[in-house]
Design a protein around this ligand. Structure first.
Ligand SMILES: CC(=O)[C@@H](O)[C@H](O)COP(=O)(O)O
Ligand SMILES: NCC(=O)COP(=O)(O)O
Length: 243
């Protein structure tokens, strides 16, 4: 299973002081050396963490592993993606007032718009995934849109307040993973995953990639980024070997 390390929150710390450190590109290099299989970043429309300049510097610096650019499906973002050419774009919903991405993209309600949007990115040689809730209708709409992959939003699982709710959400993720795989989609997952909740998701056989950011960057304050990435990789590998 691949681990995509999301470096957004290195930039969150930098932007808190509008200064030059810590540098998310330096973080990406450390993550790469520590065994990350991909660097994920989200260029938000409000530029609250990652800045345009970071994106271009990432493209020039990270050569050994793929870049996964998360972005809202807007003309502005499409222009940047086409220029930067990340290996993959993941289309995500965005609300200015949200603290973090609250749910998946509503592919059902914008499927014709997304079909054209995705086809333009694909024609430039960029793979496209849709960040969706673990829901059969969203998966069907994703097939219609013509993507090769979906990333299942694990936020409801991560934020569940009781063990019962958590198990229900895990079950939803498992069912959606099987369904998406049956529809020939690659299945990724992420959002809100931590050192304590990652293993049950990592053990879902259909899921081939996890994207994890906040918990890795948060714990790197105590352990260092290299060790924070290595620990997460170890937990994921352990969960897969138990399969
Ligand atoms: C789409 C997604 O899940 C990531 O982009 C992650 O959430 C990044 O952090 P913020 O939502 O805080 O920007
Ligand atoms: N797509 C999910 C992601 O990139 C990381 O989300 P989080 O671990 O920062 O919540």
């Amino acid at each position: 299973m691949r681990l995509g390390v999301n470096i957004d929150h290195i930039a969150t710390i930098r932007q808190a002081r509008m200064t030059y450190e810590p540098d998310p590109v330096k973080g990406a290099l450390i993550a790469q050396d520590a065994g990350a299989d991909q660097i994920t970043f989200h260029l938000r429309e409000d530029r609250r963490h990652i800045q345009d300049e970071d994106v271009f510097r990432l493209r020039c610096t990270i050569k050994r592993i793929p870049l996964n650019m998360e972005m809202a499906p807007t003309e502005e973002m499409k222009k940047i993606a086409v220029e930067v050419k990340p290996e993959r774009v993941t289309l995500v919903p965005e609300k200015r007032e949200e603290i973090t991405t609250e749910g998946g993209l509503d592919v059902v309600s914008m499927k014709d718009f997304l079909k054209d949007f995705v086809s333009e990115l694909k024609s430039k040689g960029i793979d496209v995934a849709l960040f969706i809730d673990p829901d059969a209708d969203q998966i069907d709409a994703s097939v219609y849109v013509g993507v090769d992959a979906v990333e299942l939003h694990t936020g409801e699982y991560a934020n569940a307040e009781t063990e019962k709710r958590k198990m229900e959400e895990l079950d939803r993720i498992k069912k959606a993973s099987v369904y998406a795989k049956e529809k020939n989609l690659k299945v990724f997952a992420g959002h809100g995953l931590t050192y304590t909740n990652v293993q049950p998701v990592a053990a879902v056989p259909e899921i081939e990639e996890l994207n994890i950011g906040h918990s890795i960057i948060a714990n790197s304050v105590f352990w260092g980024l290299d060790e924070a990435v290595r620990k997460m990789k170890r937990l994921i590998t352990q969960a897969r070997t138990k399969l």
